[in-house]
Each structure stands twice: as structure tokens, then as C-alpha cells.
Design a binder for this molecule. Structure first.
Ligand code: LLP
Length: 432
């Protein structure tokens, strides 16, 4: 079990989250069900904010909406005082519908359409994270025409790519995102932004080195690389970056083997490296921006599934099929992501049998967990898959025309629906 936040095994031997018995949640809201621990979501936001206050007061935390964005989450992020990173017109719209202050929005994306740029300008979006020279030209033109001032960060590829335990460093990063450190276009884009001071306010630079990262060294390297870049830009153009955005990426515990650094250690490391390298390079301390997604929402969420058919393949494995699968969590099929699970209605029992958790999609690859130890499983047991709060709902699909599950927030024994379950009518609602 990956117990996080308010999760515990209650007196009845059932898994509890947010003070709510998961069996009752499944009865009331149905399965599959995304359950998010509101207290842990808020705690994670606060830990980021406090760590930054402590180690680098000149900074901002942006929640990366791609990890999990619904109106209730935008509201929570707003209440916790964070800013928000959005990557599409749809995420922008969601945030605005939730009443999120547009000046605290950061608009990312390597291929923002002109419509999206216009919507973002009209809404008064705080900052555009510009990803290409063409985008800069479009933004200059459109902001100029609309008489708007657009805040801009330029996204740089620092030549560092990190995932979980290791990272690679290359001079020339092969990525669709951002500007190369040494590319001619990079300086051209900076010059264009500086020349366009009537419509563009260049604030600084952005980079993002990967996701589910456990090692802090690539972050220190990214900071040093970006500070060197800032110093070079200063020499060549006179522009002094006010902001440095280091993206997101801090890893979480999906299984017991995972041992990510704490939020505090992560922030402290980046902060101290930024202070020392800025001093070394003689540049004023930039404002530090961080964009965590997974490390805020991931461990705060579980998915509850009802166990259906149990099938033995003698001598090989026991398949335990559940009422969801790759449509509500594509990560195992897409990235071979590992998860832990337990039986929510037998949470106090010893896990003793090794099983494979299969989804219900018409596809052999729809395996949620290759191997997990559970107490003896029976039909109608309730399975809880841990650490499912990030990139589960946000990447969900209607594959096989399965309605997407509801999302609920739980806190102090209360549960509230933040996204209602889709119906069959919803499934055909767009069909002509
Ligand atoms: N900022 C930028 C510019 C990003 O591209 C990302 C994630 C983040 C922040 C947030 O990163 P986090 O703190 O959540 O690691 N679907 C994949 C993850 C893709 C992440 C893409 N970018 C998954 O399910 O693992």
C-alpha cells in the first residue's frame, strides 16, 4: 500500500481517505471512481509555497494544469495562492470558467493556434511561454493589433533530459519544445521581443527537463546552464532576465521502490544553486518559478474499481479484471508505468496472492498492474490503485465507448462530486 495524506485503514478494516470509507464512496458514487484527498492537495501546494518562502522568497509556484485540471482544481489552486500553467485553449477556458485570475496564468505550448493566442490575449493572460520564432512574430503582431501587452518567457532547451533515476546531457537536444541554447533563432527571438516593447514585455526564460525525476543533480545542472545563458544574453543584448522558470518534474511514489526527494529538498537544492551561480556570474537574482504537476496531485489521488471476472491461466497467472482500465489510466499501457494497489474492503488482511490486474478494454495490452500482492480476491471486492491523482483523469478517454468516471474530492468525512460521471447520452451527445 502507498498510504499518503489522510489515508488509513479504519476500524472496519476498510481503506479510508479524507475521513470517508472507500466502500461507502463506491456505493454512493459508483465505480470506477477518481477520489482526491483535498487535504493532501492543499498540503502539497502549501509545502511548495512555504519551501519557496523559506529558501528563495523571490519566487512563484505554478501548478501544471496538464496533470489534473478541472474547475474545482483551478479553484483550489487559486485559493492556495498558486499561479497556473495551461497548455491549450481548453485548459485556459477551464481556468477562466473557474474564475481563475488571468494575470496568474502562464500559457505554454509548442503549437498554440492563432485562435488560442487571441483568446489568451483577450482574457488578459499573464505570461506567454513562447516556444518558437514564428510564435513570437505572431504574438508581436496580434498583441500590437489588439493594443495588448503580453508578458513573455522564452522557452529554452538546456540540453539536459532527465527521467526518474538518470539523465542525459547533450549539447543539441532533439526536442520539439523550445529554442536551442546556441541557435541563431534564439537571439533573434530575444531581439525581436526587446524591439517590440510596445506589445511585448520580455520577463525571462523557461526550461523543463523532464518528469518523474528523483535525482536533483540534473536540476542543479539546469540552473547553472540557464544562469550561464542569462549572463550571455546580458552581455550580448543588455537584457537582464527578471524571471527564471525551471518547469516541473519532481517524482512521486508509485511503488514502494520509489524514493523521491521531498518537496523541501527539491526547492532548497534549486534555490541554493541559483543563488551561488547567479553570484558567480554576477547577475541579479532572478525571480524563481517552479511548475509542479505530478508532485502536487499524484499521491493525493486513488482510483476505486470493482473487481469482476477472475480467471486463472494455470501455471502462469491469475487475471483479476476490473470495471475500468486503460480508458481511465493510460499510463501503464503507454509508459509501462508501475502502480500499487490493495483491496479497499480487505485493507487489514495480509496480502498473500500474486495477481495481474486487467482492465476491461478490448485489448490485450490493457493491463493496469502486471503483478501485485493482494489478500485472496473475490468478485465484487473493491480495488484501490494508489498514486493516481496525476495524468489519470487528464489523459482519460472514452475508448470502447466507456463513459468516463466521476471525480470526487474528499475532506473531513465529506465527499463532493467535482466532475460528474459521464452517461451513455453524453457518449452520443456530439454524434450527428
Ligand atoms: N511544465 C512543463 C513545461 C511541462 O512540460 C510539464 C510536464 C510540467 C511542467 C509538469 O511536470 P510534472 O511536475 O507533472 O512532472 N503524461 C506524462 C507526463 C508528461 C509531462 C509533460 N510535461 C505521465 O503521465 O507521466
Amino acid at each position: 500500500m502507498i498510504m499518503a495524506g489522510t489515508m488509513r485503514v479504519n476500524e472496519e478494516g476498510n481503506l479510508e481517505i479524507g475521513g470517508c470509507d472507500t466502500l461507502r464512496l463506491a456505493e454512493e458514487f459508483g465505480t470506477p471512481l477518481y477520489v482526491l484527498d483535498e487535504t493532501l492537495l492543499r498540503d502539497n501546494c502549501r509545502r511548495y509555497v512555504h519551501a519557496l518562502q523559506k529558501y528563495y522568497p523571490k519566487g512563484k509556484i505554478l501548478f501544471a494544469g496538464k496533470a489534473f485540471l478541472v474547475k474545482a482544481m483551478a479553484k483550489l489552486v487559486e485559493e492556495e495562492g498558486l499561479s497556473l500553467d495551461v497548455v491549450s485553449g481548453g485548459e485556459l477556458y477551464t481556468a477562466l470558467q473557474a474564475g481563475f485570475p488571468p494575470e496568474r496564468l502562464y500559457f505554454h505550448g509548442n503549437n498554440k493556434s492563432e485562435e488560442e493566442i487571441q483568446e489568451a490575449l483577450e482574457a488578459g493572460t499573464g505570461v506567454f511561454v513562447v516556444d518558437s520564432f514564428t510564435e513570437m512574430e505572431i504574438l508581436v503582431k496580434m498583441a500590437g493589433k489588439m493594443g495588448r501587452m503580453a508578458g513573455v518567457l522564452i522557452r529554452i532547451k538546456p540540453g539536459i533530459e532527465a527521467h526518474t533515476h538518470d539523465y542525459i546531457q547533450t549539447g543539441q537536444e532533439d526536442s520539439k519544445f523550445g529554442f536551442g541554447l546556441e541557435d541563431v533563432e534564439t537571439m533573434r527571438a530575444i531581439q525581436l521581443a526587446l524591439r517590440s516593447e510596445k506589445s511585448i514585455e520580455l520577463k525571462g526564460f523557461h526550461c523543463h527537463i523532464g518528469s518523474q525525476i528523483f535525482d536533483l543533480e540534473p536540476y542543479r545542472l539546469a540552473v547553472r546552464t540557464m544562469v550561464e545563458f542569462i549572463s550571455r544574453v546580458k552581455e550580448e543584448t543588455g537584457f537582464i532576465a527578471e524571471q527564471l522558470d525551471l518547469g516541473g518534474g519532481l517524482g512521486i511514489r508509485y511503488t514502494k521502490k520509489d524514493n523521491p526527494p521531498s518537496i523541501e529538498a527539491y526547492v532548497e537544492n534549486i534555490a541554493s544553486t541559483l543563488k551561488s551561480s547567479s553570484e558567480e556570474k554576477g547577475i541579479p537574482l532572478p525571480e524563481l518559478l517552479l511548475e509542479p504537476g505530478r508532485s502536487i496531485a499524484g499521491e493525493a489521488g486513488i482510483v476505486l474499481y470493482r473487481v469482476g471476472i477472475i480467471k486463472d491461466v494455470p501455471g502462469i497467472r491469475r487475471y483479476v479484471s476490473v470495471d475500468g482500465g486503460m480508458m481511465d489510466n493510460i499510463r501503464p499501457a503507454l509508459y509501462n508505468a508501475q502502480y500499487e494497489a490493495s483491496l479497499a474492503n480487505k485493507a487489514a488482511e495480509e496480502p498473500s496472492s500474486k495477481v495481474t490486474i486487467a482492465g476491461k478494454a478490448c485489448e490485450s495490452g490493457d493491463i493496469l498492474i502486471e503483478e501485485v500482492l493482494l489478500p485472496p480476491v473475490e468478485k465484487n471486492d473493491l480495488l484501490a490503485v494508489f498514486s493516481s491523482g496525476a495524468y489519470g483523469y487528464s489523459m482519460a478517454s472514452n475508448y470502447n465507448r466507456n463513459p468516463r468516471p466521476a471525480v470526487i474530492f474528499v475532506k473531513h468525512g465529506n465527499a463532493r462530486t467535482v466532475v460528474r460521471r459521464e452517461t451513455y447520452e453524453d457518449l452520443v451527445a456530439l454524434d450527428q
